[in-house]
Design a protein around this ligand. Structure first.
Ligand SMILES: Cc1cc2nc3c(=O)[nH]c(=O)nc-3n(C[C@H](O)[C@H](O)[C@H](O)COP(=O)(O)OP(=O)(O)OC[C@H]3O[C@@H](n4cnc5c(N)ncnc54)[C@H](O)[C@@H]3O)c2cc1C
Ligand SMILES: NC(=O)c1ccc[n+]([C@@H]2O[C@H](COP(=O)([O-])OP(=O)(O)OC[C@H]3O[C@@H](n4cnc5c(N)ncnc54)[C@H](OP(=O)(O)O)[C@@H]3O)[C@@H](O)[C@H]2O)c1
Length: 451
């Protein structure tokens, strides 16, 4: 019987587990899905925006996999230096599939990036999603104007959350402290800024369009700025997705301005060059250089600058994988080198080690993209299975993990967290409300099953 550890319970980990137990080629495979958090689902729980209930509900589909009779969720187990070393994990299973995602943010690399008031979108998302590692909560304090750098879907998410009113946010599972902070926010103007043109923005049309439907919020675009993009003036050669984006933006230039107490401005052809302090060392503005298309898909600087006021700056320029000790790492791409999902060590396949998801491909792609990605990896693993199964491993890896002094949060522990979050929500007159800190999660996980 082949015993496999999947590290990471986000979409790629769960799809990998599903692929392993729902096939006939190698019968009887058992899969332990380990996660450093006591809660499963990765970015579906800790990234997908709380006001996107339909996408959040995909957790239900992932859940059925984790409840499969040959799959076991083992939360609260970090693989790496502060937890179980990857080399030790390798001793406990015939194969290990790393699906650890991309936990950190890309840097802008401009002066002033570290000023107070400048945050990565990664931190902001983790905060309103109740990720237990987040300790900051001062994001919107004292801010009237915000700049979001980047025009991908994460930029749209954080812009939308900043623009939402208290009533809309309170219907979500956002933790109470984040809800209170956002409900009291004085941010009235949000500028979301792309360094290239509207036809090159990375957001998808559905997400873009949603900005235009936010209550009490005006969306503003400058037709002259859009027109710097030749593809905006003649979108006929654009792929359908980009053409639709351009059409939505054009529609916004043509409609009469709607009144709203909040305003979102979409800006293009502005490259961030510096974050400027105010008089007390907090961020006060972002200096951008005006760019123009270079005809090759990129932009060139014009030497003209514009300072945009902001007491809150969210840098939304992409996520980045972090190296996991004991695994090779491509520092340029932020991924683990692989061949069809098989980990490559010094250019050669490392038997029994695999990757899937963002740590394999880099931090792009929607939830569904991880399914074929995991399938490719599982296909490789199944091909290797006859050779892997001969290696001697403990009969019960869970007992071996416990013998290492680890105390995994099992499925019943996660269910206890779910009950605690439902109870917290009920006590606050809301729906489910997420527990935002380690202590609350671990205390809840230890609660006994109700009779
Ligand atoms: C803010 C945001 C919003 C998004 N919204 C959407 C959306 O609305 N719709 C959509 O289709 N896609 C969305 N996506 C994309 C989608 O979330 C990703 O495609 C997907 O989550 C990537 O899956 P993954 O399994 O590779 O990584 P993750 O989902 O990041 O899962 C990685 C898991 O590994 C665990 N882990 C990490 N390191 C260790 C370790 N050392 N030991 C043990 N466990 C570890 C983590 O705790 C985590 O649970 C969004 C992405 C972001 C960043
Ligand atoms: N609702 C959803 O379906 C949803 C929600 C959230 C996330 N996601 C997915 O998750 C993935 C990650 O999203 P993401 O928004 O983090 O990444 P992304 O789509 O790669 O967008 C990153 C943005 O940052 C810009 N950027 C990068 N470096 C920059 C720099 N130095 N200066 C200025 N701008 C810079 C990019 O501009 P350039 O193009 O010029 O490089 C781009 O606009 C995507 O695949 C996304 O679709 C999906």
């Amino acid at each position: 019987m082949l015993q496999v550890a999947v590290v990471g319970s986000g979409p790629s980990g769960v799809y990998a587990a599903q692929g392993l137990v729902q096939q006939d080629q190698v019968p009887g495979i058992r899969v332990d899905v380990l996660d450093r958090l006591p809660c499963p689902y990765g970015l579906v729980r800790y990234g997908v925006a709380p006001d996107h209930e339909k996408i959040k509900s995909l957790q239900g589909t992932l859940r059925t996999v984790l409840e499969h009779e040959r799959v076991r969720f083992l939360g609260g187990i970090r693989i790496g230096p502060d937890g179980l070393p990857a080399t030790r994990l390798r001793d406990l299973y015939h194969a290990v599939v790393y699906c650890v995602g991309a936990a950190t943010d890309r840097r802008l690399g401009v002066p002033g990036e570290e000023l107070p008031g400048s945050w990565s979108a990664t931190d902001f998302v983790s905060w309103y999603s109740a990720h237990p590692d987040v300790e900051s909560d001062g994001f919107v304090v004292g801010a009237r104007a915000a700049v979001v750098i980047g025009v991908g879907n994460v930029a749209v998410d954080v812009t939308r959350i900043l623009a939402r009113g208290a009533a809309e946010l309170s219907a979500t599972d956002m933790p109470q402290a984040a809800l209170a902070a956002l409900a009291g926010s004085q941010v009235r103007e949000i500028q979301m800024v792309g360094r290239r043109g509207p036809s090159q923005a990375r957001f998808t049309t559905k997400e873009l369009r949603e900005l235009g439907g936010l209550p009490d919020t005006e969306v503003v675009v400058d037709p002259a700025e859009l027109a710097l993009d030749p593809a905006y003036l003649d979108p006929s050669a654009l792929p359908a997705a980009q053409r639709r984006n351009v059409e939505v933006l054009r529609g916004w230039t043509e409609r009469p301005p709607a009144a709203g107490s909040r305003r979102i401005r979409l800006r293009f052809f502005l490259r961030p060059v510096e974050l400027l302090p105010d008089g007390i060392g907090h961020v006060g503005a972002v200096r951008f250089e005006r760019t123009l298309p270079d005809g090759l898909g990129g932009v060139t600087g014009t030497g003209r600058y514009e300072d945009v006021e902001a007491q809150l700056v969210l840098r939304s320029v992409g996520y980045r994988g972090v190296p996991l000790e004991g695994l090779p790492f491509d520092a340029d791409r932020g991924t683990v080198p692989h061949l069809a999902g098989r980990v490559l060590r010094a250019g050669s396949v490392a038997p029994g080690e695999y990757v899937a998801g963002w740590i394999k491909r880099g931090p792009t792609g929607v939830i569904g993209t991880n399914r074929p990605c995991a399938k490719e990896t599982v296909t490789s693993l199944l091909e290797d299975a006859p050779a892997l199964v001969h290696r001697e491993v403990p009969r019960d890896p869970l007992a071996a993990l416990r013998a290492e002094g680890l105390r995994p949060v099992e499925w019943s522990g996660w269910q206890a967290i779910e009950r605690a979050e439902a109870a917290l929500g009920a006590s606050l007159g809301r729906g489910v409300v997420k527990l935002p800190d380690w202590q609350a999660l671990m205390t809840a996980a230890e609660a006994k099953d109700p009779l």
